[in-house]
Design a binder for this molecule. Structure first.
Ligand code: AHR
Length: 496
């Protein structure tokens, strides 16, 4: 197969907001307990944080981590997780039918973010709670001193405010499964008032309102429009969530899911701009795609879980090679919308639908770790418009290009990075791109993630089964970049 990519260095989509490479830690399964926090483990530091997980997270350079949920947050009392650990009480977590020990809470999380070199994206409970508690947590986190909650934080040993800039107004409030779920009218008003009061406490914060839980929600589009009509002036971002799966092993359709993701983003941008027009507003709402991933491998096993245990193996998808290809395509899709998608969180980070797994004896990288790490490490700069001539195939989402690609220019570091997925399962693809505007650029590296077996996995016993190699053949001659992309492969071509 053959494809051509056309670019012009002056035709720009937008700056990549580094928060597009965010992730998510929820109190769920073994994400917190035995994932990032395991005081009893010799692999943990003096605060009980797993050193091996921290190392793999730092290598990704994760800019933000959403916390503490997810469905969990809609029944959570943040005060249960602060103060002396010996006085904290276990509580029922109705979202995931487990017992939450509360041994890890807000302060532990903020300590952990420092060690992970990341920043918090904090969610407030708008399921069972509302304005008052949201106001209190902002005061606890962001006010220096002299008020009840700021002094309480100091009493707990944290003199300086955390200055958390990004806050989610609840989670998936449109979903009937959500604790305290709401109609669009109810949620829109609550988000408006809660947001207004939170910004009274700290005007420097930014707020994310809940969009639909996924595209197929029957209330999709009207939920976005109605809620935004209420809270447009108070919020800065609208959330999108979407997971994809391949339960029937229809790989071409599965790999075409990025077409659906692209369409989903276009639709939400249109709805935001419809409300903007209706309100004659000067402000644009940006998108926070704060839950995205592949999620289906663990569904069957999770249905058998016993209730009211602590930190069970839950949502522990073991990812395979084709999942990594789709994750790569989804990252390309997010980057191509850099003008409107400013935040995105791969859900989640450790053990729960995660790129990183831990056991009592170590931590390892799942297949999806690699495209995520590559995009975060090499994908910072300016996204250029790409016009791609690629053969397409017929999928359940309509025409799907065999080639997904995005080009990022980093003027400061004088680098160019091309991320590309060849979705063909039987043919390599010859790709060309005219780079005469970057005449002195040379190939730095062409990394390839490829495997003959689409179902190949990385496990604790075989952690390097799927791993990238610097084996690509990208070359530049007379200003023309050419590369042959192996069949079913993720590629990172770096120039500088
Ligand atoms: O990420 C797992 C769950 O998926 C989250 O708790 C919820 O927000 C979504 O439905």
């Amino acid at each position: 197969k053959k494809a051509a990519i056309h670019i012009d260095r002056h035709f720009i989509v937008g700056e990549v907001d580094k928060r597009i490479f965010g992730s998510f830690i929820e109190h769920l399964g073994r994400a917190v307990y035995d994932g990032i926090y395991q005081p009893s483990s010799p692999l943990s530091d003096e605060q009980g944080f797993r050193r091996d997980a921290l190392k793999l997270i730092r290598d990704i350079n994760v800019p933000i981590v959403r916390y503490p949920g997810g469905n969990f947050v809609s029944g959570y009392h943040w005060e249960d997780g602060i103060g002396p650990k010996s006085e904290r009480q276990p509580k029922l977590d109705l979202a995931w039918t487990v017992i939450e020990s509360n041994q890890f809470g807000l302060n532990e999380f903020m300590d952990w973010t420092k060690k992970a070199d990341t920043n918090a994206m904090m969610a407030v409970n708008l399921g069972t709670r509302g304005i008052e508690d949201a106001k209190n947590i902002v005061e606890y986190c962001n006010i220096k001193k002299g008020s009840y909650y700021s002094d309480l934080r100091r009493k707990h040993g944290y003199e300086e405010p955390y200055d958390i800039k990004l806050w989610c107004l609840g989670n998936e409030m449109d979903g009937p499964w959500q604790i305290g779920h709401k109609t669009a009218e109810e949620y829109g008003r609550l988000a408006q008032e809660t947001g207004r009061i939170m910004k009274m406490v700290d005007p420097s914060i930014e707020l994310v309102a809940c969009g639909s839980s996924f595209l197929q929600m029957p209330t999709f589009a009207s939920w976005e429009a109605t809620t935004l009509e209420h809270c447009y002036d108070q919020v800065d971002y609208l959330s999108l969530h979407q997971y994809y799966g391949n339960p029937d092993s229809e790989t071409p359709d599965f790999l075409a899911s990025s077409v659906a993701m692209d369409e989903f983003i276009n639709s939400v941008v249109s709805i935001c701009d419809y409300v903007k027009a209706k309100k004659r507003s000067k402000k644009s709402i940006h998108l926070s795609f704060d839950e995205w991933n592949v999620w289906y491998h663990s569904h069957e096993q999770d249905r058998k879980l016993e209730r009211w245990t602590q930190a069970p193996h839950q949502l522990e998808d073991v990812y395979n090679f084709e999942d990594a290809l789709l994750v790569g395509s989804m990252l390309i899709t997010l980057l191509k919308h850099a003008d409107r998608v400013k935040i995105a969180c791969l859900a989640q980070l450790v053990n729960v639908i995660a790129p990183i797994m831990t056991s009592d004896t170590g931590a390892w990288k799942q297949t999806i770790y690699y495209p995520y790490m590559h995009a975060s490490v090499y994908g910072r700069g300016t996204v250029l418009h790409t016009v791609v001539e690629s053969p397409v195939y017929d999928s359940k989402y309509g025409d799907a290009p065999y080639l997904d690609s995005v080009l990022i220019m980093n003027e400061e570091e004088e680098t160019l990075t091309l991320f590309a997925v060849n979705k063909s399962l039987d043919e390599s693809m010859e790709v060309s791109c005219d780079l005469r505007q970057f005449s002195d650029y040379r190939i730095v590296d062409h990394m390839v993630l490829a495997h003959d077996d689409l179902k190949a996995e990385n496990t604790e016993a075989n952690p390097d089964n799927v791993a990238p190699r610097s084996s690509g053949n990208a070359a530049i001659s007379q200003g023309q970049l050419t590369a042959v992309l192996e069949k079913q492969s993720w590629n990172v071509i770096r120039l500088g």
